[in-house]
Design a binder for this molecule. Sequence first.
Ligand code: DX5
Ligand code: ZN
Length: 217
Amino acid sequence: DRSLKIAPSILSADFADFGREIRAVEDQGADWIHVDVMDGHFVPNLTFGPPAVKAFRRHVTTFMDVHLMISPVDAYIDAYADAGADLLTAHVEAGPHIHRTLQAIRGAGMKAGVALNPGTPAEAVEHVLDICDLVCVMTVNPGFGGQSFIDMTAKVRKLRGMIGDRPVHIEIDGGVTPRTAPLVREAGADVLVAGSAVFKGGSVQDPAPYGENIRAI
Ligand code: DX5
Ligand code: ZN
C-alpha cells in the first residue's frame, strides 16, 4: 500500500547519536521522521526543544513531523518553523484556542496537525478539519515510548467519516506493532508512528533490523 506512511519516532533512538539514527532509519525505508517534543508539564516527561530539532533537520531528507506535547503552544510556533518542521502537531487539550493555533501554524508556513489524547472524543476536532492537514489519534497516554496500544479503532473510523473527501491524514501514535497496525489501517489511518517497534533489535552499526521492522508493520 503505497499511500501508507511509516514514521519512526526518534524517542526510541540513541539520544547520543540522533544524526546517524535518522539517516539509518531513512536508509531503511522510513517515510517520515517523527519528533516527540515534551515539556514536563503537559506530559510527565522532558525531551528536547527548538535548537535540538533544528539540529535534527540537517539529517532529515524525508519529512519532519514534529509532535508537540507542550502547553502552551503558540509562543513556540515560530521557533519550530525556524527549526525546519514540515508539519507541526498541537494537542487539542493543550489550550482553549486550537483553532487559533492551527491557523498560526499554517501562517508560519508549516502543515498543521491536531492530536487527540485517548480520552478525548473525535468531535473535539470537528470544527477544525478545514484548517488542518493531519489528525493524530493517540493510542497511548502521551509521555513515554514503549507503552501498550489502547484500541481507538472506533474513533479512527468516526474521524475518517467526518473528514470525508478533505485531504487530511489520520496518524496513529503509540503502541503500533505488526499486530496492532492492521486494526487502524483498516479503520482509515494512513500514517503510523512507531518508536520501539522500529528501533528494537537494531543500531546504527547494524541497521538492517530497522528495515525489517518497518516492512513488518
Ligand atoms: C508517546 C509519543 C510516541 C511514542 C511512540 O508519547 O508521542 O510518538 O514515541 O512510541 P511507541 O511506538 O514505542 O509506542
Ligand atoms: Zn508522538
